[in-house]
Design a protein around this ligand. Structure first.
Ligand SMILES: Cc1cc2nc3c(=O)[nH]c(=O)nc-3n(C[C@H](O)[C@H](O)[C@H](O)COP(=O)(O)O)c2cc1C
Ligand code: SF4
Ligand code: SF4
Length: 251
């Protein structure tokens, strides 16, 4: 069965994951339906010749559980799927395997997978400018290879371990500074509803997943992570996310 339409499901609080998703979409040569998992997702019924591509960011070696939860509303019946993890030049650890396992548990056959690099959303100088032109070229070729291999394609193997690396929720979260004008833009755009509309200067730390969308979009540029945490992660990444990593393709 040939693929006529791709459902492109992405979770991209600060835009890097979406850039990778768009670069792959350009090479597919079919209709593409965009599904933004950073908003609430309604059930989505697939047609016979649909396929699903899940493009998710790596957080601490895993993918955000809220993204998988929203993705789980889409059920396959042997439909083909592709798993893509996007990471900030440290490692993707178990994020790609977790995405592939989730798709298979939902009834999909995962025929291809990839890990791409995007700017690190916490320390934006890490992998700055990624995905770059070379990444986009690889993304388009990846799409062309998927479309070429779709007939009778076998399930794909990806790196990673089970059990997956333990999640370690951060004790530090963004909060607003004195320049906050209570405009509510952050509250309206938080993917998990962690910013109270009545008090947008604060953050519900139990809900916050540190995606940093609020920091990126605040018009007053007054939301930020605590400085000691930023200093710690900047030093950690200087060591662990150094050098130019290339996308990894699994076909
Ligand atoms: C909370 C959090 C944890 C992250 N953990 C990792 C990680 O384990 N490895 C890595 O290479 N990048 C990591 N990153 C970087 C993101 O994977 C990367 O910047 C991704 O492109 C962010 O997606 P977005 O731009 O679509 O929001 C992390 C980012 C955040 C916000
Ligand atoms: S977006 Fe910025 S200025 Fe607006 S409510 Fe949020 S923290 Fe305050
Ligand atoms: S409050 Fe937390 S989860 Fe919400 S946008 Fe900000 S960083 Fe992301």
């Amino acid at each position: 069965m040939n693929i006529n339409r791709w459902i492109l499901a992405h979770f991209s609080p600060t835009g890097g994951t979406k850039k990778v998703a768009d670069a792959i979409a350009k090479g597919l040569g079919t209709e593409v339906v965009d599904l933004d998992l950073s908003r609430e997702t309604a059930e989505f019924s697939l047609m016979t010749e649909d396929a699903l591509m899940a493009v998710l960011p790596v957080y601490a070696g895993r993918v955000p559980s809220i993204a998988l939860e929203r993705l789980s509303a889409i059920k396959g019946e042997g439909h083909k799927a592709v798993a893509v993890a996007v990471y900030g030049n440290r490692e993707f650890d178990d994020g790609l395997l977790e995405t592939k396992d989730a798709l298979e548990a939902q009834g999909f056959t995962v025929i291809a997978a990839a890990a791409f690099i995007a700017e690190h959303s916490i320390v934006r100088s890490v992998a700055a400018g990624r995905p770059d032109e070379e990444d986009e070229k690889i993304a388009r070729q990846f799409a062309a290879d998927i479309m070429a291999k779709q007939e009778g394609s076998a399930p794909v193997q990806v790196p990673g371990n089970r059990p997956y690396v333990e999640p370690h929720p951060s004790a530090y979260h963004p909060a607003a500074g004195d320049a906050c004008v209570a405009c509510g833009v952050c509250a309206a755009n938080c993917p998990v509803g962690a910013i109270p509309f009545g008090d947008p200067g604060s953050t519900d730390n139990e809900r916050c997943i540190n995606c940093l969308r609020c920091v990126q979009i605040c018009p007053m540029q007054c939301r930020a992570l605590p400085m000691p945490f930023l200093n710690w992660i900047t030093n950690m990444l200087a060591e662990k996310a150094a050098g130019y990593k290339k996308p990894a393709i699994f076909l």
